[in-house]
Design a protein around this ligand. Structure first.
Ligand code: PHE
Length: 434
């Protein structure tokens, strides 16, 4: 039975029916990988940040991950029905407080502080999600924004001021595909902005982020060539802009990079919805924002094959990296995997044992495995799902791949882990094991 309060980052919070943050997630809160200079996440953070260094951008790298539901969702215009708000997707400390699911949670406050023209925020973010080699419930993002003030630019001419700033940005050697338009429906120019203003802001946004790609993927290419994974050539990198949707930007885009034969989604961005600066008490400001995930980029830069490695405390991992250097990760021998299946009948509301338990979500499975097996679970997949034709009961079968990054798991160890997963499923979700 859980105590009435939950401790996160040295503070105590009242539990309620929304509380779903487990101890293994709370224990990640003070790791600060992005601030550990020789850690690949911090090296990647610094590399992206370098693009935004100077008098314009102020960097915030130490903001607490504990934020209000208002900061994470309401302040950004997320509708009440947005799936991101659900307990299956987000870690709630209690009904008013969450672990931030994205660095955008800090936009409104930083706009309200009002002192800078631009900022970056690098931080750990938390999401309930799948278990596999590229998903971990804690990861890192970098947010960036650039704002101009109508009252501060010459003649209040935002478009001219932004174009003037655009001219100061370097032009990049990059193949850019862009068929997007600021007039796209569903993702349109805002009524508070003229087409000229929006187009100028979009151009500044795109040039700035193309600079990130040149910097980061230029380095990634060098690293791949040095490791013999790519051939030296003078072909420029290629990117493309795609129309996207976010509740707090309009128009919005995603930027993709062509990397080793595939288009890779890199970041989300857009023209900041005017409701944000308006509500923050700085209605004369307008501009752009972006958010980029750091793990995916770091995995490419360093050749890191499994996202769990970032959380390793093993010296064989940590000692491989140096501040400011992109180097190839030399895998220590790969220990053998062990697959185990677990199948069970879900509780249905019509069953005599039925109770008030909520529907079983795939992320609940992930959470049980994370709780019990921690980083010893490499991936978890739903391999079978069916409904019994007569009883209408639903059965699920998941395959769990157990593998340690640090040693060979014995049969006994794997069996014991799997048995604990089975018991936890039964106890917490009332499922009937098969
Ligand atoms: N916060 C968004 C995400 O996590 C990314 C984003 C940031 C999009 C800023 C637009 C502007 O997906």
């Amino acid at each position: 039975n859980a105590p009435p309060t939950v401790e996160v980052a040295g503070k105590s919070f009242q539990r309620d029916e929304w509380t779903n943050v487990p101890p293994h997630i709370i224990s990640c809160v003070n790791r600060s990988l992005h601030l550990t200079p020789s850690h690949p996440i911090a090296i990647t953070r610094a590399l992206v940040e370098r693009q935004f260094i100077g008098p314009v951008y102020k960097s915030y790298n130490n903001l607490s991950p504990v934020v209000s539901v208002h900061q994470n969702f309401d302040s950004l215009g997320f509708p009440a029905s947005h799936p991101g708000r659900s307990k299956t997707d987000t870690y709630y400390i209690n009904k008013d407080t969450v672990l931030r699911t994205h660095t955008s949670a800090h936009q409104a406050d930083i706009f309200a502080a009002g002192e800078s023209k631009g900022f970056t925020v690098a931080a750990d973010v938390y999401r309930r999600d799948a278990i596999d080699r590229s998903h971990y419930p804690v990861f890192h993002q970098m947010e960036g924004a650039r704002m101009w003030s109508r009252s501060e630019v010459p003649g209040s001419d935002i478009a001219a001021a932004v174009r003037a700033d655009l001219e100061k940005l370097p032009k990049h050697n990059l193949v850019v595909e862009d068929t997007t338009s600021v007039f796209h429906e569903g993702n349109p120019l805002q009524p508070e902005h003229s087409a000229k203003e929006c187009e100028a802001i979009a151009a500044h946004l795109k040039r700035s982020l193309e600079g990130v790609v040149v910097e980061v993927f230029g380095q990634a290419k060098k690293a791949a060539i040095a490791a013999g994974e790519a051939k030296e050539d003078d072909a420029p990198l290629a990117v493309r802009w795609i129309e996207a949707y976010f509740p707090f930007t309009s128009p919005s885009w995603e930027l993709e990079v062509f990397w080793q034969g595939e288009w890779l989604e890199l970041l989300g961005c857009g023209v900041v919805k005017q409701s944000l600066p308006n509500n923050a008490g700085v209605p004369d400001k307008l501009g752009w924002a972006f958010g980029v995930g750091l793990e995916r980029v770091a995995m490419l830069l360093f050749g890191i094959p499994d996202i769990r490695l970032f959380w390793s405390k093993d010296g064989r991992f940590l000692s491989q990296f140096k501040e400011g250097q992109i180097s190839r990760f030399a895998p220590f021998s790969k220990y053998p995997p062990c697959y185990k299946d677990v199948a069970f009948w879900l509780k249905t509301s019509s069953s005599p044992a039925g109770g008030s338990l909520a529907q079983f979500h795939e992320n609940d499975m992930m959470e049980v495995v994370r709780d019990v097996a921690g980083d010893l679970a490499e991936d978890v997949r739903l391999v079978d799902e069916f409904v019994h034709p007569k009883t209408g009961r639903k059965s699920l079968c998941f395959r769990i791949n157990y593998r340690s990054l640090e040693k060979t798991l014995t049969n006994d160890e794997t069996n014991a882990l799997h048995e604990s997963v089975r018991n936890a499923l039964h106890e917490r979700y009332g499922v009937e094991l098969r």
